[in-house]
Design a protein around this ligand. Structure first.
Ligand code: NAP
Length: 493
């Protein structure tokens, strides 16, 4: 831990403790769990292994803080959010180092994540003052009807490991802007960045109890979060993670009928039509597929290429992929870092072995890189992928591009939509009519047209089908943290 702190410009940024009611504290049991560097497997810190009693203390604090926070003027909440944004930017280099250290992404991407996460805080600082309701045109004399947006209450935010800063920032910022208070649990693999983010929130003047965070090991996550699911004071769950866990949370919280936002898994198709600009399509695929080593929910998982250009596309792509530099984040030239843990590597190996056994051909990569470290996989292009393979049905979450061949637009659309998931979808074409048609017919919450980089704080991010519901970012993102109250005032005639 000392080593880790000394690698930061501001060692005090990191308190390896829960943050509850404005105090940094151990789990009541005193138990901790280890956080590892995925590049080496080394332990870098120990943080509290929280139990239901710690989660309950967080809810107590958030619920006490709620009346005071909701009564603040929107511009007062906005001013605090703005200070938090400034603090994140000012400490950006330390945050980027922490992200890269505990999550493994190259430092340049760590810096990108800081800017991306901070952009949500700046955005919602501005949106805080724009939570409008409606005055409903009068229907009866003597009555005034208004629709008001009110904060939903205490929000439980549960986040994954792949964006340790951005995922939690894009939940806490709208919650605070709307007047909600928060209890949060980051992923077991990446709690340190979230704790540093909370330190900066404290310094920015977020009052005690408004944001609370508890860390927990995978073993204790379900019981700790379970306390929030059953607690009627927690009025909303904002979850980002796998579809299986999202379904479990929806089921288990049904007893208290909470408002839910579910940002779940994807299985994004990426379609390249034969009228596409091939160079642009390869560049877009490289940008969206290999971000975070292929470990993002919007990474293309299935790449469909029209028969006439299949071989040429495969050639250009595999040359680019073979040139990617795989190295730990400490190497400034790294483009692909380690996968998050051994489970992640096992899944990638399973998918690639299954595909090869069923007739796929590895044009480049296809194997682990144990000489680089324990959790590395070679950037891979697999030709002749088919719908019988595991990587067609499941998110691979790694640096593997399977290339499927198709003949007609109808075939491509049918295959792209043949999945229970519907988060992102991409396609490349230069035909305006096709662009309009395919954008409408793809079953996805987000569509990239001749573009691989789609995320923005100003746009609604979220899925359809089993990729979940609710939206993060944009002006729509606040709706998830508010409820509508209808007020009917009579006797005005
Ligand atoms: P995950 O296993 O579902 O975990 C997400 C969070 O839920 C973690 O904090 C995890 O804690 C916690 N959790 C797991 N089981 C739980 C339980 N039974 N009760 C309460 N909490 C529980 O997902 P992940 O592997 O971290 O993240 C990868 C997934 O997230 C992928 O499917 C990806 O597509 C999806 N994702 C979606 C979006 C989006 O915006 N739609 C964005 C990013 C990622 P532990 O870490 O301790 O297990």
């Amino acid at each position: 831990m000392k080593d880790l702190q000394s690698s930061l410009d501001r060692p005090a940024l990191l308190s390896p403790l829960n943050f509850i009611d404005g105090e940094w504290q151990s789990a009541l049991s005193g138990e901790t769990f280890a956080v590892h560097n995925p590049a080496t497997g080394e332990v870098i810190a120990n943080v509290p292994d929280s139990q239901p009693v710690d989660a309950r203390a967080a809810t107590d604090a958030a619920s006490r803080a709620f009346p005071g926070w909701r009564e603040k003027l929107p511009k007062e909440r906005a001013a605090i959010l703005r200070k938090w944004y400034d603090a994140i930017v000012a400490n950006g280099e330390d945050l980027a180092r922490l992200i890269s250290l505990e999550q493994g992404k190259p430092l340049a991407e760590g810096r990108g994540e800081v800017a991306y996460g901070a952009s949500y805080v700046a955005w919602f600082a501005e949106e805080a003052s724009r939570i409008y309701g409606d005055i409903i045109p009068q229907q009866q004399r003597g009555k005034r009807m208004t629709a008001l947006k009110e904060p939903v209450g205490v929000v439980a935010a549960i986040t994954p490991w792949n964006f340790p800063l951005a995922m939690i920032a894009r939940k806490i910022a709208p919650a605070l802007a709307a007047g909600c208070t928060v209890v949060a649990k980051p992923a077991e693999d990446t709690p340190l960045t979230a704790l540093a983010l909370l330190k900066l929130a404290q310094e920015a003047g977020v009052p005690a109890g408004v944001i609370n965070i508890v860390t927990a090991s995978r073993e204790h996550a379900a019981p700790a979060v379970g306390d929030w699911l059953a607690d009627e004071r927690v009025r909303k769950i904002s979850f980002t993670g796998s579809t299986a866990v999202g379904k479990y949370l929806a089921r288990e919280s049904a007893g208290t009928l909470k408002k839910l936002s579910m940002e779940l898994g994807g299985n994004a198709p990426f379609i390249v039509f034969d009228d596409a600009d091939i160079e642009a399509a390869v560049a877009g695929l490289m940008a969206s597929k290999f971000r975070n080593g292929g470990q993002t929910c919007v990474c293309p998982n299935r790449v469909y290429v029209q028969s006439a250009i299949y071989d040429r596309f495969a050639d250009v792509l595999s040359t680019r992929v073979a040139a990617l530099k795989v190295a730990p984040a400490t190497d400034e030239a790294a483009q692909i870092g380690p996968m998050i843990n051994a489970r992640a590597i096992d899944k990638i190996v399973r998918h690639v072995e299954d595909a090869l056994a069923q007739g796929a051909r590895a044009l480049t990569g296809g194997k682990r890189l144990t000489d680089v470290g324990p959790n590395y996989f070679a950037p891979t292009v697999l030709a002749d992928a088919t719908a019988d393979m595991l990587l067609f049905r499941e998110e691979t979450f790694g640096p593997v591009v399977p290339l499927f061949r198709f003949d007609t637009e109808a075939d491509a659309l049918k295959a792209a939509n043949e999945t229970p998931f519907g988060l992102a979808a991409y396609f490349y074409s230069q035909d305006v009519r096709r662009i309009d048609r395919v954008s409408r017919l793809l079953e996805a919450g987000i569509v990239g047209v001749n573009e691989g980089a789609i995320s923005s704080e100003a746009a609604p991010f979220g899925g359809v089908k089993e990729s979940g519901y609710g939206r993060e970012g944009s002006r729509y993102g606040l709706d998830d943290y508010t409820t509508l109250k209808y007020v009917c005032q009579g006797g005005l005639a």
